[in-house]
Design a protein around this ligand. Sequence first.
Ligand code: NAD
Length: 493
Amino acid sequence: MNLPTSTETFQMLINGKWVTAASGKRFQTISPAHDVPVGDYPNGDGHDVAAAVRAARQAFDKGPWPRMSGAERAEILNRVAGIVRENIDNLAYLETLESGKPISQAKGEMDGVAGLWEYAATLCRHLYGDSYNTLGQDKLGFVFREPIGVVGMITPWNFPLLIISQKLPFALAAGCTAVIKPSELTPGTTLRLGQFLQDAGLPDGVVNIVSGYGLPVGAPMAAHRDVDMISFTGSTAVGKHIVAASQGNLKKVSLELGGKNPQIVFADADLEAALDAVVFGVYFNMGECCNSGSRILVEKKVADSFLEQIIERAKTVPVGDPLDEATKVGAIINENQFDKIMAYIDNGQKEGASLQLGGNQMNTESGRFIEPTVFKGVTPEMQIAKEEIFGPVLSVLTFDSTEEAIEIANNTLYGLSAGVWTRDIDNAFRVTRGVRAGTVWINCFMDGYPELPFGGYKESGLGRELGRFSLDEFTELKTVQLHLGPRTNWWHR
Ligand code: NAD
């Protein structure tokens, strides 16, 4: 696959119009693997956010979208899914150029995106509340589920179109309107989605997209009084800023944040299957993945031989040009992230862990690539055991008993996901019950389905995405009480 011959120019979407930033300023994205400019974008600020929120507010308060039937909304969401399917190749190409992820993986993600829109379409017709016919002869109680209103969505760079598709179609299914701020590093596919929404017949103003940086765009969005909810995916540190900014109008906040996800490997497991999942789990998306299996806990009696096999397998992982279909690990997103990963590698050695593989920048003509890296002798107190590295770095710890494994697994501020590998079903469920994480995979890792909720315990987040429960996140409950027949006056009671 060739690099683009020119930089693509994008506008942002406000009230059904493709517009420049009020300030006229622009910024560019750069391919992490090739160092060439990819997209040229309006550099938004608070003025653009204000216009976008006005449009979303108007579309919610007065427009047709929240008032349509579920069937009508489902039709539009299904059309979007169809358009995504028709555009898998060009979406994947743009995603790879902006994020540095392997093209084969990006294509898989786009297929997943279409699946999310299709699944959310089914939920449009399943938004329902409750009724109480037990309150006495003269009373009826109803509980309505109503769309929460204008939802601000702020997304990261690691799975740009996939992550907005874990939020937007579900919010739309509930009847909400939205203002979206994609990451400044990868806004391209989210803006393309804006065009698909228009082509599918979504009314103007229902979805607005403001491109730009976190402080000028994300912060005023999180603070805006006419935004009813913020749905944020990103780092735990920024998630805390979002919570603080949301206080002005006590808007609802849902957060999908970082993780330090353990895979716990028992000696009785199918070790060949576990090995594949360990290598996939840590190097997938260059380790720039909230679900990254960045630490493994291995039962001591098999730890040495299992580690040897990991190293042999990790050496064979194809790292390189993400536009090459054979590549499994692409480029690190930017200089900051690169420096952060290298600092963790340095720190791991200083803290006394033993570097068994990798640890260096690869020698390439362009971009920045890090060798698949493995540390052994990692102890639970070390930073590389507890903190999110967001790079291709595996920390190997060991344990003797199930209790010890659970204790080490929980020894972090995060609680996003965990894997457990064993043939003993009792043991698998002891671990599943003991680990405080939003998702536990037993004898598999990082599988995901639109049907199954996803989110974190502890500092990995608030609320859940995906699945039928995620629709509830985008709703308010309204209690309605109805009196039947003559009413007894207050003073006659
Ligand atoms: P980030 O927190 O730096 O940025 C996320 C988004 O927030 C970006 O759009 C950014 O511009 C914006 N932002 C930055 N500062 C802001 C502020 N003060 N107010 C409002 N918005 C602001 O995260 P990132 O580096 O883009 O992504 C990596 C992080 O995302 C990792 O920690 C990863 O674990 C997490 N993540 C979590 C999930 C999940 O589902 N739990 C999925 C993917 C990524």
